[in-house]
Ligand binder design. Sequence first.
Ligand code: CP
Length: 319
Amino acid sequence: MTEAALQMGKRRHVLDLDDFVPEEFEEVFAQADAMAEVLARPIAQVPALRGVTVVNAFYEASTRTRISFEQAAKALSATVVNFTAQSSSVVKGESLVDTVRTLEALGADVVVLRHAMSGAPYLVARHFSGAVLNAGDGRHAHPTQGLLDIYTMRRHLGEIRGIRVVIVGDILHSRVARSNLWGLTKLGAQVVLCGPPTLVGPASYWEAVFPNVRVCYALEEAIAGADVVMALRLQKERQESGLLPTLREYIRLYCLTPERLALAAPHALVMHPGPMNEGVEISPEVATCAQSVIEEQVTNGVAIRMALLYMLAGRKAEA
Ligand code: CP
C-alpha cells in the first residue's frame, strides 16, 4: 500500500477539501483513472459495491451531482436509494438528525448529502456511523465538484503545480470556488479571483486564508496568459439584493467572450461547473468552443464519484 493509500485510508467522510493532503488528491485521481476505464467498457458495471446501500439525500435541486452520484453507485453495483426532501417526512417537520437516524436504521452505508445550510454534512457525519459525502452545502463547500474540476485540469495540462487558474464571477457566494481554492492551492496552482468587488470581496479576505491567491477586479487583466478560465453561474438574486447595478453592466464587464478568451494562453481551458446562464457569465460561442471542457467536467464527475464511493464505502465509526 502506498503512502497516499494510507492517507485516504484514514478518512471516513469527504466534507470539504480543506483537510486533504496532496497525496490524497493523487490517490483519488489514480482511482478515478481506473474508474474511467471501467466506464469505457461495453458493459460499464463492476460488482465492487454489491451489498452496499448508497442514499442520495438531496434537500436542494441538482442535475449533474445527483445523476452522476446515482450513475457512479450503479456502475459499482451498489443499491441506490434516492431521497428528496420534498417527497419525504421532512415536509411534516422531521429533523435532519431524525432523517439520518432513520436512514441508518434502514441499512444505509453511505449518505450523499446536498443541503442549503452550510455545515449540514458535518452534522450528519456526527450522527451517522457510515460514510458521508458532501454534494454541496450552502455557500460552504462542494468537494466532489472541486475534485472533478482539478482532475479535468490535470488530464489536459498534466501538472497542477504552477498553473494559473482564473475563477470569474460570484466568488463570495460560491461553494464551488471555495472547494477549488482549497484543492488548487494545496496542489501548488496560482488562483486569480475576478468579479465585481461586491461579489468577490476584499483581497485581504482571501489572501489571509489561501496561499497563491490574487484578487483582480478587471477581467482583461486577470485573464492574460491564464491556463484555465472558470466562469461561475451568476445567481439572479444577486441583482435583486443590490449587489449588482444591472445585469447588462455585469455582462459588459465580466461575460467570458471570445475576445476576452483570446487574452488567455492559447491552450487555456474553459470551464464552468454548471448550470450555465449562457449570454450572462459566458457567451454561447465560448461555452461550446474547442477549448471548452464543460461537458467533460460532467463526464469526469462520474469517475471521481465512483472513486470516492469505492474508497469510502464500508468505512464505519468505531464502536
Ligand atoms: N455543479 C453542480 O453542482 O451542478 P448541479 O447543481 O446540477 O448538481
